[in-house]
Each structure stands twice: as C-alpha cells, then as structure tokens.
Write a protein that binds this ligand. Structure first.
Ligand SMILES: C[S@@+](CC[C@H](N)C(=O)[O-])C[C@H]1O[C@@H](n2cnc3c(N)ncnc32)[C@H](O)[C@@H]1O
Length: 347
C-alpha cells in the first residue's frame, strides 16, 4: 500500500488531497482496507458494528421496517450480517449496493439468492434505504483554519515518509469551510463525498425513507471549539488511534456531520423525518420487547443478548455517540423509531 501511495504522490507533483489518501487507503483494488487489503471486522477483527454484535439490532430495526415495507436497499452491507438477520425473519425484497468486490462476494456467499446486488446506484429508488456505518467510511477532506486563511490538508513525502502538508483551500471545500467559520487555529474534516452521495441518493428517491446510522454529531457539536484536531480515527484490533499515516491500508474513519447530510437531502427535496440517538431509536422501536421474547431462565441464551443490549444502548458505548437520521419523500411522520425524543430541531 505504501508503495502505491508514494507512486500517486510522486505522480501528483508531490501532494495529494487527504480525501484521495483516504480513498486509496480504503478502496484501492487489492490493497485498500475494504478492497482486499487488511479489512477485517467482527469479533476477531478491528472493530464491531451494531449488526456484527448479534441479531438484536436487526430484529429491533425490523419492527420499523415492517411499518414501511420493502423493497429495501442496503448500502455497504459489510459481512452481510444485517441483511442475514432481517431476511431470516422477513421476506423483504432486498437489494444491496456494495463498493467493495471482496465484500460483495462475502455477502453473496452468506445470503445467496435471498438478496440482489446492484452494479451501482439505481436510476430510481422506492422503498427503504439503509446505510449502517457506511458514511463514516467515505473519504473526507481535511481542512485547517489558520491565521493566514483556510487550508486544505494533504499528504506529501518528507524524507520519504508520509507527512501532512497544507495548500490553500479552493472551490467547494473553501466555500463549505467558510460557512463553518472557525477561529484559527482549528483542524477538522468536511464530508464533501458524503454530501454528494446523499444528494445523489435523495434525488433518485421517488418515495420512501433513507436511514443513516453512524457515529457523529450535529454541526454545532461537530465543529466545537474543543474538538480542535478533528475526528479522524483508525481502528486496529479494537484499539482506536489517530495517526493516519502509521499503517497505511488500515481502517480510517471520520465522524459524520449529520446537519450536512440532512441539508444535502433537503436540497434534493426530501423532508427530515427524524433524528435521534441510536439508544432512543432502538427503545422506540421496542428493543425491550425484543429482548423480552428471549428466555430469561436460560442464562446461556440470555446473557449474551443482555450484553448486546447494553452495548447498543449504553451512553458509554454505542447508545449516545451513534445517531440515526431519517429523511424521506411521500412518507407521513412520525416513524416508530422517532415517536419519542426526536432531536430533529437540533440539526
Ligand atoms: C464499516 S463497514 C460497515 C459494514 C456494515 N454496514 C456493518 O454495519 O457491519 C463500511 C461498508 O461500506 C461500504 N461502502 C463504503 N462506501 C460505499 C458506497 N459509496 N457505496 C456502497 N458501499 C460503500 C464498504 O465497502 C463496507 O462494506
């Protein structure tokens, strides 16, 4: 991976945008984290997503999906865990868009004929779109508000090693950064790729709901003066660190600016149908009832489920940092998952 990165930097007059670095590190065929490189998630891997913990997340989400019906279009299905849970209990018409050929093959081996894979974005979309921990894996632009103006942070080679290097920000990045107006010195990320993706998916949605599950904040909290070094993070065997150049080709993520995503959807004519913490959403969908279906007497069966619920709901784990945003067209609110504690006003 390092060789490929150095080649690209050399071919680009010694500098590439951080968004390009992240794109290569995650998706470069054969080398990137999700494209045949180191990628490993799940219990034995680098990080665990909600559907990888077990079936509780999927079975609870299913209660919201039953209210809305199929077809379902899942983006970035990973190991296929969420689809497997949803399809084990319901005959949803299930479609998947997966950017990584390796992961698509893994999903196909797991799900077989129960789902269909699309080569790219469908022309028109009707139904429910789901993206769990997909937006945090989209390349972000790194930006710095400095005394001498707004800079785009990129990657250069210093003594043949990867290093940060600033260039004056231009175009859309500069425009977006100016809207945010931070006091220098301040470094953070702007998710231009995620915003463009949302605009595109939203514009194609004729009728239905898009659910985004991910870790992140509304804009006000995202660009908080105290978060002055941004949200970039790498995960390696369940340990998080912020040195994005330490092991090129390992996982890199950024938190999601939910206000920007909601704004992009609204620009494309959609309505915000709800925004809540993952804990609130799952409680509204009836996670306690789903848990209640388990046999409490059987500790072997119940203990892992209770641990899973704790992980999904606890503010110290996924309950508070993880959010759910729903945007849509032609669907009447309130949706089950936002029936109490909807925080759309804070976006
Ligand atoms: C962190 S994994 C999450 C996997 C799964 N959703 C889960 O929760 O376990 C990110 C997934 O998103 C995929 N991905 C990233 N960008 C994508 C895009 N623009 N379209 C479709 N899939 C994408 C990756 O290949 C990977 O499968």
């Amino acid at each position: 991976m390092l060789g490929r990165l150095k080649e690209e930097i050399a071919a680009s007059q010694g500098w590439i945008a951080f968004a390009r670095y992240m794109e290569l590190a995650l998706y470069e065929p054969g080398l990137g984290y999700y494209a045949g490189g180191a990628q490993k998630f799940g219990r034995e891997g680098d990080f665990v997503t909600a559907p990888e913990l077990g079936s509780l997340f999927g079975r609870t989400l299913a209660r919201q999906l039953e209210e809305l019906g199929s077809p379902i279009l899942e983006f970035g299905a990973g190991s296929g865990a969420l689809a497997a849970t949803l399809l084990s209990q319901h005959a949803f018409d299930y479609h998947i868009v997966e950017i990584s050929p390796q992961l698509q093959a893994r999903q196909q081996a797991r799900l077989g004929a129960r789902a269909q894979w699309l080569a790219g974005l469908p022309e028109r979309i009707r139904g429910v779109v789901i993206a769990n921990e997909v937006v945090d894996a989209m390349p972000v632009h790194a930006v710095a508000w400095r005394e001498n103006g707004v800079m785009e942070r990129g990657v250069a080679l210093v003594n043949n090693r990867l290093a940060w290097e600033d260039r004056p920000a231009t175009g859309e990045l500069l425009e977006e950064a100016r809207k945010i107006q931070m006091q220098a010195p301040y470094e953070s990320e702007i998710g231009l790729v995620a915003q463009a993706w949302m605009r595109e998916v939203a514009a194609r949605l004729d009728e239905g709901v898009i659910f985004i599950f991910d870790y992140g904040f509304p804009r006000r909290e995202y660009y908080h003066p105290q978060r002055a070094t941004g949200t970039l993070m790498c995960h390696h065997r369940h340990r998080a660190h912020a040195d994005v150049f330490a092991h090129p080709g390992e996982d890199i993520t950024a938190h999601v600016d939910f206000s920007a995503l909601a704004g992009a959807a609204v620009d494309a004519g959609l309505e915000v149908l709800g925004y809540a913490t993952q804990a609130q959403f799952l409680v509204n969908c009836g996670i306690t009832e789903v848990l209640g279906e388990a046999n409490v007497e059987n500790a072997l069966h119940y203990a892992p489920l209770a641990a899973e619920a704790q992980k999904l709901l606890s503010p110290a784990e996924m309950g508070e940092l993880f959010k759910v945003l729903a945007v849509g067209r032609g669907v009447k609110p309130p949706l089950l998952g936002f029936s109490h504690g909807d925080r759309s006003h804070s976006l």
